[in-house]
Design a protein around this ligand. Sequence first.
Ligand code: SF4
Ligand code: SF4
Length: 442
Amino acid sequence: MSDNPRKFKGGVHPEDSKALSASKPVQTAPLLGKYTVIVHQNIGAPPEIVVKKGDLVKKGQLLAKASGFVSVPLHAPTSGTVTAIEKSPGPACVSVPSIEITADGKDEWGSPFEPIADWRNTDPAVLKQRVVDAGIVGMGGAGFPSHVKLSPTKPVDTLILNGAECEPYLTADHRLMLEQTEDVLLGAAILARILGLKTAVIGVEANKPDAISKLNAFASKYSVTVQKLRVNYPQGAEKQLIYALTGREVPIGGLPMDVGCVVQNVASAVAVVEAVVKGIPSIERITTVTGEPLVNPGNWRFRIGTPISKALELAGGVKYQPAKLLLGGPMMGFAQNSLDVTVMKNTSGILLIPVEQVSQYTSEPCIRCGRCVEACPMDILPATISQAVENERFDWAEQLNVAACIECGSCSYVCPSHRPLNQHFKRAKAEILAARRKQQKK
Ligand code: SF4
Ligand code: SF4
């Protein structure tokens, strides 16, 4: 292992609060009587449902097929009956199409895939097709279809596994690297073969020394290098990770492949091992269920479609009433208004925030302190873009390059006036996209 002190511009150091769950081994959630599988779990086109109400399904059977290149299929989390295809609460606080499976309790396999034990001598195209068919997405939170990143249209020479897990509170990847160390490394080796590379590098923040040391103990067996990263949020954002590990800067509006890199999350790498070596599609994930209000924060292996209410129950319920429920971490997570939302492929965390941590302050005028500019890892001007949004000048926000914003929340975190900067940028991007679509229709 080599240390890597390279630091990206900006970033912040929020209290990490990982101690609540970092030492808790992953527990497997018990089989439930019912799962509600949200259909659209990936960035890109939603898959097309191929089952109907009343159908009997086996665990791993196809529920919805990919509807394009940037789309992924969906599989049954257990065996049972399709009892409803209707809308249910979604992660963006609006109802979304879902498939309800009432379990038969047998948990009988019906996966359409054969294991590919001899993956080292298997055509990389066959391995990649398995990633496509297994419905694997970026499990760090992005939900971007993994196979798309494995199809670069430019030459790449570096595969990076993202083990930074820089979001406060989250420890699912940490536990994965500790408990399934060789699976993470094997995943890196399979992904490298798909890309035609011989090696890979895995970046882990220095606040996980046990994971770094365990990975390092097996890394050479899989031709993987382990790099310790500075603890600096958002170290796990793709562009910041690439810079820290290679010194290469992804251009504004560019992709990792523009600088010869492909980045995959460690949990996605393990999902690739499951799909290739064991023939298991993406039907479960490890999620951190945490927050001070919980009796027993920890890490659980959930089937896709598990209700958040069940996850909170497994964590012992609450000691006192929280102020907020988030899916993901406190910096980039999404506030929820229903406990009926279910675990998706990209649900890295379920977080209860206590009242004292929720900003109770009202937003005040900008005092031009410049802290947001210093904190921004993308070198844009948060205060000025926010001003543009407040004035409904989305054209101006576009000129100020709001598209480069990775919505990391660092600017909001440091702003002494508690300005809703991140919300402004999300709104600006939505307005710009809507205006563009309107223009295209003319
Ligand atoms: S949310 Fe956007 S503008 Fe704010 S710090 Fe992150 S990248 Fe910069
Ligand atoms: S941190 Fe807040 S107050 Fe300071 S310049 Fe940025 S928006 Fe204005």
